[in-house]
Design a protein around this ligand. Structure first.
Ligand code: SF4
Ligand code: SF4
Length: 420
């Protein structure tokens, strides 16, 4: 699909992928690299040379959870500052071919009779992200289980719904008890051939969502289908009232909890040319991008670009040694002609950016205030509400780097507010 050919349309109608994409498993990587966000090497509780098991908590005591997704020997402990300006602890592990599993992850064979507390504890311990606010006791008014992918050129969730429909109903019943949600919604792409068979009307409301970006973003689902704000934790504690869980994570929870296994495998969609077929691979979390590309016989052309997590709000990947994480949904290989070049040209006040912004922000003003470091004005105009969907960049005829400018302003405003 040639996304660039859609430029100029207002409002943009960028479709999600609608066709089936079978999943092919990749072998284990010889070395897995694990990233721990907002942590430093001092938070790691293992040393170079230590043997580790799959599912083992690598954090030092009291520092939280940083789970190994492989069995092997620690080769490297390091730090890096990510493209999101956040510090990461990095642990490299030389892998063994056969997993030996950490025994602290216990199986729960009867999910219907286990207590919600027991299930929640094991969901978190098994490595599923996104439950911080629930653990902190936040009220979940609406639970949304989403079969939409977040980005175009991604084919993860509809495929998993098609392959594992039987576990969806079990997972919904489990999460409804765990979260205490008053309302449960299953969001399905309007053009999906697969419906959530087996889900009764009294278990969840099934909503067909128009399969157009950004309708699959959790913030948009929470606003339109949950009637509220996405549940998350921030400096003030927990905010929001709607928990969004992907079908991939829901199905993964059911199987991991039944078997007493950690969440270590991730489906990732690869796309290497406009109009080309998508490929789905199942990788071990920690596998480098280079190994995925090699196995698919895909090469990054000179002058091309790797983008992780989609063309709209994904991020450029400057090293193909970057590992896949629990939230990596896609790898996009762009040839030089497709790479979006930003210009430092002046805003022509066309208003297109503000017209498409789902958060109704005055994007042209925010871009200029950020450009000239006037961050108090950015805060006044609500830059923190930007969900970084990238639609403003997509329509800007001046090709201004609006997403970068707003993301930078968000970070500065967040840091300044935290320092007060
Ligand atoms: S990236 Fe932010 S400012 Fe731009 S359209 Fe999306 S929400 Fe609005
Ligand atoms: S930033 Fe771009 S889209 Fe927005 S008003 Fe200026 S030129 Fe138009």
């Amino acid at each position: 699909m040639g996304l660039r050919s859609l430029f100029g349309a207002l409002p943009p109608r960028i479709p999600y992928w609608a066709e089936a994409v079978p999943v092919e498993s990749l072998p284990l990587p010889p070395k897995a690299t694990l990233l721990w966000r907002e942590a430093s090497p001092g938070d790691v509780g293992v040393a170079v040379g230590d043997s580790v098991q799959t599912g083992q908590n690598l954090a030092r005591e009291g520092a939280g959870l940083f789970m190994s997704t492989v069995t092997g020997t620690v080769e490297e402990i390091n730090s890096l500052r990510g493209a999101d300006a956040v510090e990461y602890a990095v642990v490299g592990i030389k892998t063994l071919e056969v997993d030996s599993y950490d025994s602290s992850i216990k199986s729960i064979e009867d999910l219907a009779s286990a207590s919600p507390e027991q299930i929640l504890a094991m969901i978190v311990r098994a490595g599923f992200p996104g439950f911080d606010a629930v653990v902190k006791g936040a009220t979940v008014e609406t639970l949304i289980v989403s079969a939409l992918d977040q980005e175009p050129l991604t084919a993860v969730n509809p495929q998993i719904l098609a392959e594992h429909a039987g576990d969806v109903s079990v997972g919904i019943a489990m999460l409804t008890r765990v979260t205490g949600a008053k309302k449960v919604v299953v969001a399905i792409p309007h053009n999906s051939a697969h419906t959530a068979h087996g889900i009764s009307a009294d278990q969840a409301e099934i909503v067909k969502v128009r399969a157009i970006y950004p309708n699959g973003l959790p913030e948009i689902l929470a606003k339109k289908q949950g009637g509220g704000l996405l549940l998350k934790t921030d400096r003030n504690g927990t905010v929001g009232n709607t928990l969004v869980v992907s079908i991939e994570h829901l199905v993964g929870m059911v199987s991991c909890l039944r078997e007493g296994r950690p969440f270590v495998n991730k489906v990732v969609t690869c796309c290497d040319k406009p109009g080309g077929e998508l490929k789905n691979i199942l990788v071990r979390i920690g596998t480098p991008v280079s190994m995925a590309l090699e196995n698919l016989d895909v090469k990054l052309p000179p002058g091309g670009k790797l983008v992780i997590n989609g063309p709209m709000h994904g991020y450029a990947c400057f090293s193909d040694e970057q590992p896949m994480t629990a939230t990596s949904d896609s790898i996009l290989v762009q040839n030089p002609a497709e790479v979006h070049r930003f210009e430092n040209t002046a805003c022509i006040n066309c208003g297109k950016c503000s017209a498409v912004c789902p958060e109704k922000l005055e994007v042209n003003l925010l871009g200029r205030f950020s450009e000239y470091d006037i961050f108090d004005k950015c805060a006044e105009l609500g830059v923190e509400n930007c969900i970084e969907c990238g639609l403003c960049v997509y329509v800007c005829p001046a090709q201004r780097p609006l997403l970068h400018l707003l993301a930078h302003a968000k970070l500065v405003v967040k840091e300044e507010t935290a320092g007060k």
